[in-house]
Ligand binder design. Structure first.
Ligand code: FE2
Length: 151
């Protein structure tokens, strides 16, 4: 069974964001699987992938919030930064040989679910409205800049 099951409670109603969140959940499940069945090197690779993808996703979200003139974009960015710092700390400790598996999985699960359900839902109205009005030129730019978080 997957470590985290996707549920409709996690939907923001913005397709492109929901797809990215689902992908992050898949990475977390993959990381959990790797921790239980694979070598440290494989775990390190999956962890790097998860962090990379999450960073791109955060940047993408922030650009949508900025475009929509979302009032709390700076507060939301700070929340992202804190998370990045925290996960970076885990990565560091992992590389130094510490066993951080349980702590990391707990943080990923608790933080992420909470963040998606609360913080991301909070920007959803403003961004959803704006995304419907993003013209093709802007959509093309977003795809070029954030290619890895699409598809
Ligand atoms: Fe967010």
């Amino acid at each position: 069974m997957a470590f985290i099951e996707w549920s409709s409670e996690l939907d923001t109603g913005i397709q492109v964001i929901d797809n990215q969140h689902q992908r992050i959940v898949e990475y977390i499940n993959k990381l959990h699987h790797a921790q239980e069945h694979h070598t440290r090197e494989e775990v390190a690779n999956v962890l790097d992938e998860l962090v990379d993808y999450t960073l791109s996703h955060f940047a993408f979200e922030e650009s949508l919030m900025e475009d929509a003139d979302y009032a709390f974009v700076n507060a939301h960015k700070r929340v992202h930064q804190l998370f990045v710092k925290r996960v970076g700390g885990y990565q560091q400790r992992f590389k130094l040989g510490e066993d951080i598996a349980e702590e990391l999985m707990h943080t990923l699960q608790a933080w992420l679910i909470n963040h998606i359900k609360n913080d991301d839902r909070d920007y959803a109205d403003a961004v959803r409205h704006n995304v419907q009005h993003v013209d093709d030129k802007k959509a093309g730019w977003l795809k070029r800049s954030f290619g890895r978080v699409f598809g």
